[in-house]
Design a protein around this ligand. Structure first.
Ligand code: AMP
Ligand code: TRP
Length: 327
């Protein structure tokens, strides 16, 4: 039996090459190894104010990008969280089984609520919904970034607490998988900061649907330094980042890359990197535009994805209902 991997992706912001290299491409590559479930978490997106048209558009765009990047419906289930109503129902039950203090400790909530004037109860309960996503499918592994580690620990604590309360192993305890170091792409404008979906300065990130001209402009303006040598060196953030992107797209070894650029200047590095990124994204972009030209097709694939997982979610929920005495 293959291990089940569950990934949740927020339909917010603009997907960039950091997301692609650090997450999406690895999901695509691991499809044969695991039983993968990819959930576009729109119910999480509404924990903060979001414009309806924008939300609807971002969900479709993200789904189309993921299919275009190589997530195949035959191998993986990709669906929208709100299409499987078991998520919301399980989240309520979990909310009732989670001590208030546990949620109150979450650092992401503290950060997000301190920046918002009038935050919702949903923002506070967010990790309980995430726990529901994971626990509904008896997930073995959950790949998450560093920032989500605390939510995963909480999910494990909640599952253990519910199992202990009812004296039964009704919920499977999942494990976090934190991607290995090196999968951190930095902002082009400020290479000391991680490339981020929420940063919207013009030259910060290369987005997956950027045209060749836009990619050319962004790389041209990328921050470097006043040295000359083109080498991997963590202390020289700008050049190191450009080389890391080059490495990720060409899959060449570091020594080969360094000898390839020996004696060349930053101008050459930027020019070659531009071509590598444009060509690297081209197949994905072509496929994206093909898929996007037939909106019904992506909707159909998403409906099939939801149909594929619904029975499992429902079975877990029934098990929980029965154990706790609902209905
Ligand atoms: P986020 O953009 O924070 O919602 O993250 C979505 C996925 O992309 C997560 O698996 C992250 O670990 C990954 N990711 C986000 N930003 C980067 C980055 N700059 N470099 C590498 N991976 C990233
Ligand atoms: N909270 C996660 C994030 O912001 C998204 C998410 C929701 C998730 N449900 C999940 C991630 C379940 C993994 C598993 O990135």
């Amino acid at each position: 039996m293959k291990k089940r991997v569950l990934s949740g992706i927020q339909p917010t912001g603009n997907i960039h090459i950091g997301n692609y290299i650090g997450a999406i491409r690895q999901w695509v590559d691991s499809q044969d190894k695991y039983d993968n479930i990819f959930c576009i978490v729109d119910l999480h997106a509404i924990t903060v104010p979001i414009e309806p048209k924008q939300l609807k558009h971002t969900i479709r765009q993200l789904a189309t990008l993921l299919f275009a990047a190589g997530i195949t419906p035959e191998k993986s289930a990709l669906f929208v969280q709100s299409h499987v109503s078991e998520h919301a129902e399980m989240a309520w039950i979990i909310t009732c089984m989670t001590p208030w203090g546990w949620l109150h400790r979450m650092t992401q909530f503290k950060e997000k609520s301190s920046n918002a004037e009038n935050f919702s109860v949903g923002l506070f309960a967010y990790p309980a919904l995430m726990a529901a996503d994971i626990l509904l499918y008896d997930s073995d592994l959950v790949p998450v970034g560093e920032d989500q580690k605390q939510h995963l620990e909480l999910t494990r604590d909640i599952a253990q607490r519910i199992n202990a309360l009812y004296g039964k192993d009704i919920l499977k305890i999942p494990q976090a998988v934190i991607p290995e170091v090196g999968s951190r792409i930095m902002g082009l404008d400020d290479p000391t900061k991680k490339m981020s979906k929420s940063e919207d300065t013009a030259n910060h990130a290369i987005h997956l649907l950027d045209t060749p001209d836009v990619i050319r402009r962004k790389i041209k303006r990328a921050t470097t330094d006043s040295f000359r040598e083109i080498r991997f060196n963590e202390e020289r953030h700008g050049v190191n980042n450009l080389l890391t992107i080059y490495e990720a797209f060409t899959k060449m070894s570091r020594p080969d890359i360094e000898s390839h650029f020996a004696g060349k200047g930053y101008g050459d590095l930027k020019k070659e990197l531009t071509e590598v990124v444009i060509e690297g994204l081209r197949p994905l972009q072509t496929r994206y535009h093909e898929l996007a030209s037939d909106k019904k097709h992506v909707d159909l694939l998403l409906a099939e994805g939801a149909d594929k997982v619904r029975a499992t979610a429902n079975r877990t929920l029934r098990r929980v209902h029965k154990t706790i005495g609902l209905g």
